[in-house]
Design a binder for this molecule. Structure first.
Ligand SMILES: NC(=O)c1ccc[n+]([C@@H]2O[C@H](COP(=O)([O-])OP(=O)(O)OC[C@H]3O[C@@H](n4cnc5c(N)ncnc54)[C@H](OP(=O)(O)O)[C@@H]3O)[C@@H](O)[C@H]2O)c1
Length: 259
């Protein structure tokens, strides 16, 4: 089985590489930092014949078709497409440059739809496949200073829920993953209003669930044919809490953020 993992150089993606390597998948690793991808492959003990390093900047995916052909040329198929890469945000909506908004939407949303369209014909020709997309609990409600990030994750949910119906007859499944707070460096790397890195740690992520646990749950959900996976701590109940007690939810959320 062949899995292509985006955002494989760090955090949840790096843990996913190890998880799928353990389960004897051939793994294609993509992100911008090639040397970091190579290190992740070494740490995952991936043999050369089961590993392909495919550096990609998801902000510029015009030639994505060529990259998909490279994978199919090497392994003959893509059984699992795991769309995990993403960037977070820290900034007031009013002050965020449009160029920053567009770059977040490009990486978190449009790169994924472009990749899907390039991979689907190969999955159909192979008689099926599995698509996994990593959203966020912030794809279920908004959060202060996260406007474009939240919008990009809401967009993913809408797109992939719709796609699921369209590819069902082709034996292609879609799993939407909704993580809560996961212990990675995503918050520190978040882009601010002018596009520079936020560069501060986040307590929520520091105390969050380990990426290895998340990766194991994602593989189990994928192999079990699940459509949705909420993964993390008690914060994963917040979408349901908001649905049942919207008034109380907004009050608590405002208080938590001192607004
Ligand atoms: N951590 C959390 O609490 C949390 C919660 C909810 C959802 N999520 C979602 O989980 C996914 C993984 O996040 P993470 O926490 O593991 O973050 P992370 O540790 O910062 O990893 C992000 C990955 O995305 C890649 N990436 C970023 N920009 C890219 C670009 N322009 N082109 C190609 N690759 C790019 C990074 O690699 P390079 O820098 O090498 O390109 C890295 O491998 C994201 O979609 C995130 O939104 C995370």
């Amino acid at each position: 089985m062949v899995v292509w993992i985006t955002g494989a150089s760090d955090g949840i993606g790096a843990a996913l590489v190890k998880e799928f390597a353990k389960a004897d998948y051939s793994v294609v690793l993509s992100a911008r930092r090639e040397s970091q991808l190579r290190q992740v492959a070494v740490d995952a003990r991936l043999n050369d014949d089961k590993c392909m390093i495919l550096p990609l900047d998801l902000e510029y995916t015009e030639d994505i078709q060529k990259n998909v052909e490279k994978i199919v040329g090497r392994f003959g198929r893509i059984d699992v497409l795991l769309l995990n890469a993403g960037i977070s945000q820290k900034g007031m909506a009013e002050n965020t440059l449009e160029s920053v908004e567009r770059s977040i939407m490009e990486v978190n949303y449009f790169a994924n739809t472009r990749i899907v369209k390039a991979v689907l014909p190969h999955m159909k020709a192979a008689g099926g496949g599995k698509i996994v997309v990593v959203s966020s609990i912030i794809g279920k409600f908004g959060g202060p200073f996260l406007s474009t990030y939240s919008a990009s994750k809401h967009a993913l949910v809408g797109y992939f829920e719709s796609l699921r119906y369209e590819v069902n007859a082709d034996k292609i499944s879609v799993l939407i993953v909704t993580p809560g707070f996961i212990r990675t460096g995503i918050a520190k790397k978040a882009v601010t209003e002018d596009g520079s890195a936020f560069n501060e740690d986040s307590k929520a992520q520091e105390k969050g669930t380990e990426p290895e646990k998340v990766a194991a749950k994602i593989r189990k959900a994928l192999e079990g044919g699940r459509k949705h996976l909420y993964v993390g701590g008690p914060e994963t109940f917040t979408p349901m809490f908001k649905f049942v007690f919207p008034g109380l939810f907004y009050k608590i959320w405002k208080k938590l953020h001192k607004l």
